[in-house]
Design a binder for this molecule. Structure first.
Ligand code: GLN
Length: 198
């Protein structure tokens, strides 16, 4: 199983290392053709306007959307990656994939608490809390019935999934815990099994 990590901005190396620790091969994706050998994609955090603009310029938005059209190409978007998966963005909105029925608001935790770390309880990962690092994180301000909530922080939804797509408003690659990457790999395995069976 091979996972692409979008390598335009952000913690590309950390996502590759976490994915490898979680049990799959990982490779950087810089151009549309790099997607060819991947069964899933991670979009790291960074600045969503910049990442979206370069993705559009390199033809990666269209290439991913084509691949995602049959609903069997799992994508995990963290922070800016989550913004790129949302079909609505409040205010200045970047070019993006718009594959999930939710609205997000950028940099929404306010200046004083622009970055913070909390231990989150995430049922699908088991009893042990997950150390979550938030950096100028977006908030999910509205979502449709296709979205399944997976974790909350002070009444804010901070992790969710919808079919093959997974998002978190925090950065899982900044702590040594690889359970979210493992959870994503399980989604990729399931999608690959569907592809094999068809
Ligand atoms: N604030 C960034 C944006 O709006 C996201 C921050 C991040 O990815 N850590 O794109």
């Amino acid at each position: 199983m091979r996972i692409g990590v979008l390598a335009i901005q952000g913690d590309v190396r950390e996502h590759i290392l976490h994915t490898e620790k979680a049990g799959a091969e990982a490779l950087p994706v810089r151009m549309a053709r790099d997607l060819d050998n991947t069964q899933g994609l991670i979009i790291p955090g960074g600045e969503s306007t910049t990442i979206g603009m370069l993705m559009a310029e390199y033809g990666i938005i269209d290439a991913i959307k084509e691949r995602a059209a049959d609903g069997r190409y799992p994508i995990y978007g963290t922070c800016a990656g989550m913004i790129l998966l949302a079909d609505k963005v409040v205010g200045l909105s970047p070019a993006r994939l718009a594959l999930m029925d939710m609205a997000v608001s950028r940099n929404a935790y306010g200046r004083q608490i622009a970055s913070f770390e909390v231990n989150l309880s995430i049922d699908v990962l088991g009893a042990e809390p997950f150390p979550a690092v938030f950096i100028r994180a977006p908030k999910i301000v509205q979502w449709g019935s296709s979205i399944t909530p997976l974790a909350w922080y002070e009444k804010e939804l901070v992790m969710a999934e919808s079919g093959p797509y997974l998002i978190s408003s925090f950065h899982p690659e900044m702590s040594p815990d690889v359970r979210i990457h493992q959870y994503f790999l399980e989604k990729v395995r399931q999608a690959a099994a569907l592809v094999d069976a068809s």
